[in-house]
Design a protein around this ligand. Structure first.
Ligand code: OAD
Length: 225
């Protein structure tokens, strides 16, 4: 299970490391459905900029290590990230909880989804039914359609790796509770999230993802060799 921290070393900013401001904006302004209704143009500009950044970003050693883990394990990645760096690294099973930056969907028709690659969405870009296009990301105040498949995956896992997430945003943060009680949970983060501090269920590696993930993956590959 990954969060913004896994992409930090690829140059994409996390949400909460800079005092609640994200790329100079209030997270709730640019990541909530209320924010969208308040100023659609601002949100389109903001996500157009992020889409371009993410399109140009390259996977880092953490993403590649998780791909490598597929040599010996059946790996399912559940990511809160809207970038596609896991896919760029070659991971084959990636479930996006909070949507995908490179996709647009219609305000009027959830089933109308198109791949933009790095193209911007403008006001007036509409689906055949006339609905304004918006980024296909999940904002605060919206449902998380993939939460049930994610919980199902976690409940079946034999090992859980949690990398680069503050574990404060629900329902994603609650997924940990779907894990069987007898499985190891490894957490990699240079700032261990509060929920894991002193919790015996978590094996914490207080490291950046780009260093901690390849180290842990090497150990897991050795134990399974
Ligand atoms: P956060 O910004 O809340 O947390 C990022 C985590 O990554 C923190 O725990 C950091 O300590 C850690 N971190 C920073 N640099 C790191 C590095 N190099 N290696 C490993 N970890 C590092 O991001 P998320 O937990 O992903 O949702 O945020 C969850 C959700 O909140 C996002 O998906 C987004 C946001 O609002 C929506 O937009 C719906």
């Amino acid at each position: 299970m990954t969060g913004a921290g896994v992409s930090a070393e690829s140059g994409l900013l996390t949400f909460r490391d800079s005092g609640g401001l994200w790329e100079g904006y209030d997270v709730m302004q640019v990541a909530s459905i209320e924010g969208w209704y308040a100023n659609k143009e601002l949100l389109l500009d903001f996500y157009n900029m992020r889409r371009k950044q993410a399109f140009e970003a390259k996977p880092n050693p953490a993403h590649f290590a998780l791909k490598n883990l597929e040599k010996e394990y059946h790996v399912n990645i559940i990511t809160q990230n809207v970038d596609d760096l896991h896919e760029k690294a070659g991971s084959t099973h990636v479930l996006h909880l909070h949507g995908k930056l490179r996709e647009a969907k219609s305000e009027k028709d959830d089933s109308y989804i198109i791949d933009l690659k790095d193209k911007p969405i403008q006001m007036g870009d509409v689906c055949p039914k006339g609905g304004q296009l918006r980024p296909n990301v999940v904002w605060f105040g919206e449902m998380v359609p993939n939460i049930e498949p994610a919980a199902e995956l976690v409940s079946k896992a034999d090992i859980l790796l949690i990398i680069g997430t503050s574990l404060v945003v629900y329902p994603a943060a609650g997924l940990v509770n779907a894990a069987r009680r007898d499985i190891p949970i490894y957490l990699i983060d240079p700032n261990i999230p509060n929920v894991a501090i002193g919790n015996p269920r978590f094996h914490c590696l207080e490291k950046k993802a780009g260093k901690g993930t390849p180290e842990l993956v090497s150990k897991l590959l050795e134990t399974n060799a």
